[in-house]
Design a protein around this ligand. Structure first.
Ligand SMILES: Cc1ncc(COP(=O)(O)O)c(C=O)c1O
Length: 376
């Protein structure tokens, strides 16, 4: 005879989870190339994917060599403290190693901040049309996200400041922003950080930082010394071309870093990723070339959109948001033509598509397919 109490939902074990977990809408990633190739019966090489803001060049030769060398050590656990990578980052950004937390992608850093600081009932604040993980990570902790209306598709920082209440624990700012590509100049960002109460953590998400012109770069690592409630997050997934390896980092006050290090998995960044990131960080010329390629590709796409009579948003990142009308239909037609981009209806932008800037041939293939898709 079972001794299980009647109240336990034996038929549906998912009912055991808190309601706020059951209510989470899953993150929709860009469609994988293999999946579309299978669906269309095409070769993988015939598919163009411009959907997840990756560096179309992939990692540099030096990084590939570092990864190959690191495969010699696969049977050992990685360095759980990431000594070499933290030392390289600390030297580059003139911070102490104990101010850095490594993550399984910068997504991990965002999650760790919510894990460390949020209780059910707390609030977070973020902008409309900003990165989908902020509401997801908020909801996973039983907290409530306050979405602040955007201004010209970007962050309205005064309105975000006004939305902060006594229950707000975290405010997220993506700069440049995904999916809109908007960017706020450093003085306004710093003024915002200075205005936020000291008991609210500011997460400044700079995943696309490396695509900014050097003159636009904010001294955000140095700001951490002035604002102990600031967490700056960065990634190796974008300009460094290492999205598959999953490695990112946060720069913050050592006391916040200590908290995040307590809640993270002991070996959250794998050994290949650590070795690759150290090599990638040293390869400054590669990032500069990638930025140049991105700028040229952006011009190609902008000219192409103009020729097609389409509106787009000026972008500071490695993607563009283009207004195509019935974006769901155009997205499906592009898929049929072997081109994967990103619909952004889930970001409140049902008439727009987000396209990652690719290699020159990929950009031209996309523009030709877009012209065909628009023509019906
Ligand atoms: C604004 C922003 N932040 C963070 C991330 C997370 O990237 P990763 O976990 O690969 O570092 C992304 C990825 O698309 C992003 O667009």
């Amino acid at each position: 005879m079972s001794t299980q109490p009647e109240a336990l939902p034996r038929s549906d074990p998912s009912l055991l989870a808190p309601e706020y977990v059951r209510g989470i809408a899953r993150y929709e990633p860009g469609k994988p190339i293999d999946e579309l190739a299978r669906e269309l019966g095409l070769a993988v090489r015939d598919i163009v994917k411009l959907a997840s803001n990756e560096n179309p060049r992939g990692p540099s030769q030096a990084v590939r060599a570092a990864i190959a060398a690191a495969t010699e050590d696969l049977s050992r656990y990685p360095d759980g403290n990431g000594f070499a990578l933290k030392a390289a980052l600390a030297a580059r950004y003139r911070v102490a190693a104990d101010q850095i937390v490594l993550g399984n992608g910068s997504n991990d850093v965002l999650e760790l901040v919510t894990q460390a600081f949020l209780r059910p009932g707390d609030q977070t604040v973020y902008s409309r049309h900003s990165f989908a993980v902020y509401p997801l990570a908020t909801q996973a902790r039983g907290a409530t996200g306050i979405e602040v209306p955007a201004k010209d598709y970007g962050h309205d920082l005064p309105a975000m400041r006004a939305a902060i209440t006594r229950t707000t624990r975290i405010v997220f700012v993506a700069n440049p922003n995904n999916p809109t590509g908007t960017w706020v100049a450093p003085p306004a960002v710093e003024a915002f950080i200075a205005s936020v109460p000291a008991d609210v953590v500011v997460v400044l998400d700079e995943a696309y930082n490396e695509y900014l012109d050097t003159a636009q770069n904010a001294p955000s690592a140095a700001w951490v010394g002035h604002y102990p409630n600031l967490v700056v997050s960065r990634t190796f997934s974008k300009a460094y071309g290492l999205a598959a390896l999953r490695v990112g980092y946060g720069i913050m006050d050592p006391k916040i870093a200590d908290l995040l290090n307590r809640v993270r998995q002991p070996f959250n960044v794998n050994g290949l990723a650590q070795a690759a990131a150290v090599a990638a960080l040293a390869d400054i010329a590669y990032v500069e070339e990638s930025r140049r390629l991105n700028r040229d590709g952006m011009r190609t796409l902008e000219e192409g959109f103009t020729a097609l009579g389409l509106a787009w948003l000026p972008s500071h990142a490695n993607f563009l948001l283009v207004k195509v009308g019935d974006a769901g239909r155009i997205y499906s037609r592009l898929l049929q033509l072997g081109v994967i981009v990103r619909p952004v209806a889930n970001y409140g932008l049902p008439e727009w598509l987000r396209v990652t800037i690719g290699l020159p041939a990929e950009n031209h293939r996309f523009l030709a397919a877009l012209k065909q898709a628009l023509a019906g």
